[in-house]
Ligand binder design. Structure first.
Ligand code: ADP
Length: 165
């Protein structure tokens, strides 16, 4: 059985991520989408919230599992029995960073390979960061994330606003 891991922040998941998830799920028998618990970043959603959001929006894809991890990605990949890491490529700007990451991971663990998938052009500009910026100012994010995710983002901003008032 060929298994792959798609790691990322997913803070929150966008249609760009979902496009990569859908494409990868057709290539591999099993795909684990895994939320990185990066303690040096201050995300909008907790790891648990991101995992739950991902579970909801991928519930119709049977061979996709959602998990979280911390520490070295290659160690996590080996523990999970996955020999392939999936990463998404948007514009040229992603390329340099992603190449460094893939080469480093391959040096650390030569049995683990990285496969890059591109999204449809309509999502090539899309990032969680931009979606949050638009939402923070009350903009329409319906083209960027599923309704369920948009609801969670606005709920979160409302709660944060109430907390500071
Ligand atoms: P971001 O916060 O920048 O959206 P993540 O860490 O959640 O990024 O992304 C995980 C992976 O998905 C990375 O390889 C990233 O390049 C990729 N990715 C994110 N958005 C897109 C998109 N719109 N199209 C293709 N790949 C994407």
């Amino acid at each position: 059985m060929k298994t792959a891991i798609y790691p990322g922040s997913f803070d929150p998941v966008t249609y760009g991520h979902l496009d990569v998830i859908q494409r990868a799920s057709k290539i591999f028998d099993e795909l684990t989408v895994s939320v990185l618990n990066n303690k040096t970043k201050s995300p909008l959603f907790s790891v648990e919230e991101r995992v739950n959001i991902l579970k909801e929006v991928t519930k119709d894809i049977p061979n996709v599992k959602i998990a979280s991890y911390e520490g070295l990605l290659v160690d996590y990949a080996k523990q999970s029995g996955a020999s392939v890491i999936i990463r998404g490529l948007r514009a040229i700007t992603d390329f340099e960073y992603e190449l460094q990451l893939a080469q480093t991971n391959h040096k650390l663990s030569p049995t683990v390979d990285t496969i890059f998938l591109t999204t449809g052009l309509e999502y090539a500009y899309l990032s969680s960061h931009t979606v949050k910026e638009v939402a923070a100012f009350g903009g329409d994010i319906s083209q960027f994330v599923p309704d369920y995710v948009a609801g969670k983002i606005f709920e979160k901003y409302k709660m944060l606003k109430e907390r500071t008032e």
